[in-house]
Ligand binder design. Sequence first.
Ligand code: AGP
Length: 613
Amino acid sequence: MCGVVGYIGVNQAAPILLDGLKRLEYRGYDSAGLTVFDGSDMETIKCKGRICFLEEKIGDHSVSGTVGIGHTRWATHGEPSDVNAHPHISPSGRISVVHNGIIENYQNLKIYLQGKGYIFSTETDTEVIPHLIDYYYSGDICAAVTKAVSRMRGSYSLGVLARDEPDKLVAVRKDSPLVVGESTEGNFIASDVSALLPYTRSVYYLDDNELAVIEKDSVVFKSPEGEILKREPSTITWSLDAAEKSGYEHFMLKEIHEQPKAIRDTMASRVMPGLAIDLGFKAVTESYVKKLEKVFIVACGTAYHAGVVGKNIIEKLTGIPVETDIASEFRYRDPIIKENTLMLVISQSGETADSLAAMREAKGKGCKVLAITNVVGSSVAREADDILYTWAGPEIAVASTKAYVTQLIGLVTIAMYFAQVRESVSPETIESLKKEMQLLPEKAEEVLSEKETLQKFASRTFNHHDMFYLGRGLDYALAMEGALKLKEISYIHTESYAGGELKHGTIALIEDGTVVIALATQESLKEKMISNIREVTTRGANVLGFTTRGKDGQSDANFSNAVGEVFEIPWTDSCLVPVLAVIPLQLFAYYVAVLRGCDVDKPRNLAKSVTVE
Ligand code: AGP
C-alpha cells in the first residue's frame, strides 16, 4: 500500500520527508514524490522508481521550506510513472495532496469536475481529490477538505497543503490508517509510526472521518461537523522493526490480519448488490464471453491453487469447461487451443517466469489472456489483453496469504460476470452471492478472532514430520493450499489428497499418531469426508477437522462426533467458503512454523517472486 508523510515545524521539511519515506519503503512502492512549501511557493518533485531517484531529481533544486508532504506510491489505478506519482496538484496550483487508499467513485467525480472545467492529466483515482478540494476552496482549507471527502466513496488517508494557508497541514482518513506525531520542533503525519520514531514517540491515531489541523506548534482534531475533539496522545514503545509490522511479530501474521481489508478493497465497486457487474474489460467483452467455449487457468504455487478453486466456481456458475494447468507444465505440453478459448493467468507478482511463458505460449496460438495480478504495470499486466487487479496491497512475506484470498475474490467476480452475461444462472443467484460477499470481511474477522484453537492445534502437532491434508471438491483445492502453506514455512513434509484417493495408495502411510487435516466445508460432500475420517482414525490417525457451521450458526454434531478436534468456519455460500476456510489453515501453518523456530517471512530456499525458470 502507499505511504504518506508530512511535516510542519521549525526545521527544513525535505530531509525529514525523505527520511520518513525511506522508513516506509518496506511497505513496497513503485514511485515517490514530495511537495515542500516555503510560505509563498509550493515546489513539487516526484518520479517513478526508488527514493534515491527522487533524491537525484531533487539534486540541487532549492526545495526549501518548513512545511511539506511526501508519498511512496503502490499503484492501483494508473501505471507507475512520473506523472501518476503523488503528490497531485489542482490545476490552479493551490492544493497539493498525498493519498493512501482507493477512491471507488473517482470516475463519477472526474466526470463531474470535468463538467466544471477541471482538466486532468493522470490515470489515477487520486487526482480527483485536489481538484475536488480546489472546487470547494474559498479560503478555508478545513471546510474545503470536509466538503470534498463527504463526496468521496472508498478508502483514504490524506495529507493536504493549501498555498493560501502556509501555516497549516490538514489530514483526514477513512479505512486507511494515519497517525499524527507531535514534538517540540514541529508536528508530523505518517501512514504508520515507523516513519516518526526518530522524531517523536508521542502520537495520535486518527479515527475515521476525523480531521486534523496541524500547525508547527499545535494540533487540533475536528469532527466532520467541525466540533473540536479532545484527544490524548499515545506513547510508542515499539522498536522500529515492530513498528514496520504494525506490532505483529512477522509480516505474514500482519498480512493474514489484513485480509478482511484486502477482501473489501478487491470487491470495492465491482460487486455491488443491485448493480450489474462491469469489469471494464476491452477484449473480454460481453459478445466475446457469450461465445466462450473453454477457459484455461494457468499459474504457479498458491496462485495455481486459487485457480483450481476458480475452476470449480466458473464451471458451477457458467457451465464453461475449465482446464487448470501448472504454468511450467502448460508451456511445454504444446497445448491444444481452439477458437473461443480464454486463458486466465493468475500471478501475485506478475513477474513469475513460468506464468509469463505460458501466457506468451497461449497468445502465440491466438488465445486472449485475462490476468489476475496484484502489481499494476507488472509484466503480466502489460502483456495481458485485460486485467483484474487484486487490491491486496504489497505482500512482503514469501508465503502468500492476502494475495490468495483476493485472487479468489477476483475469480468469483469473473465467474459472476460471465454468468451474468451468459445468463447461465438466475439474476437472483448472482444477487444472493453478491450479498454474501459483502459479509465476507466481517466473517473473516470472526475467523481471525478464534486463533486460540489453531494455536492449540499447532502446539499438539508442530513436532511431527509428516501431515496429510484431505478434502473433496473445493476442499481438495483448499487442501493443496493448506499443505503448501505448512510445507513452505515449517519444512514439515505435507501432502494434499482428494479424500476418495485415500484407498488408492496414501492410506498405506497412515499409522498411529499420523496427523491428518480433514477439510469438510462442502455440505454435499461432508458425509463422504466423514467416511474418509473414520478410515484414517481407525488406523490411529490424529485428525484435526475443519468444517462450516450451519446457516443457523449451529455446529455440525455429526462431524464433531466423528472428528473430535474441530475448527468451525462461519456459514457462507459454498462458492465463498474457500475465502474463509483458508484463513485457519494459514494461521495453523504460521503457529507451527513459529513453534519450530523457522524464519517465517523468509523461508529457506524460497523467493517471493520466481522470475527465473
Ligand atoms: C506461495 O506461498 C509461494 N510464495 C509461491 O508458491 C507463489 O505463490 C508462486 O511462486 C507464484 O507467485 P506469483 O503469484 O507471484 O506468480
